[in-house]
Ligand binder design. Sequence first.
Ligand SMILES: CC(C)(COP(=O)(O)OP(=O)(O)OC[C@H]1O[C@@H](n2cnc3c(N)ncnc32)[C@H](O)[C@@H]1OP(=O)(O)O)[C@@H](O)C(=O)NCCC(=O)NCCS
Length: 188
Amino acid sequence: MFIQGSTIGDAETELFNINILERLSLSKIEGLLIRPLKSGDYDRGFLQLLTQLTEVGNVNREQFLNRFHMMRTTGSYYIIVVEDVSIGKIIASATLVAEQKFIHNCAMRGRLEDVVVNNKYRGKHLGKLVVNIVLQLARYLHCYKLSLDCKDHLIPFYESLGFKREPSNANYLNIRFPNENTTEQSHL
Ligand SMILES: CC(C)(COP(=O)(O)OP(=O)(O)OC[C@H]1O[C@@H](n2cnc3c(N)ncnc32)[C@H](O)[C@@H]1OP(=O)(O)O)[C@@H](O)C(=O)NCCC(=O)NCCS
């Protein structure tokens, strides 16, 4: 059963308008709900899922909601989640950040961020599914390109989805700013 919109918690706020997803061609998967992140996803294990990607820290409900509403206000964050309806848990997610530019006639650049699938659900093409949704969304929003950073071993995964390393333009440089509140530096 594929449900767009939720049967529970309809009073919750969505990060972005779900109607946008209805304009894309989404795969229908029995028992899974594909939708925008909602304010109530704090209780559906969204942050626990992100810990399978990188360190999250002790984010309380108030911090989560503050960040959620900040993201919602900017209108530039499209966090897609997949909910396993039978257990009411978020089991996969990917984010499109739509970056506003002056260049290219005030164009928009897309950035693919925070792709993660719960380890119990991996190998079932859910990673492919969430990245493909972000791809469609970036096209729908007229982004002129969609970029990502990833570890070497994931290059084949993203290449299989159409991403290409561009010769002479494939460098990725960072300056990391140590955070006094964390003992270990995250590498994502
Ligand atoms: C990377 C990740 C999202 C893939 O999710 P998944 O649901 O297991 O992937 P899929 O089942 O959609 O795989 C799609 C294809 O990519 C391949 N693939 C998946 N993970 C891969 C990996 N780590 N390396 C190489 N290929 C990979 C699969 O074999 C599959 O190939 P097929 O189409 O020929 O069958 C998941 O492993 C994950 O959440 N990892 C931890 C978080 C992370 O590293 N995220 C990426 C940050 S850039």
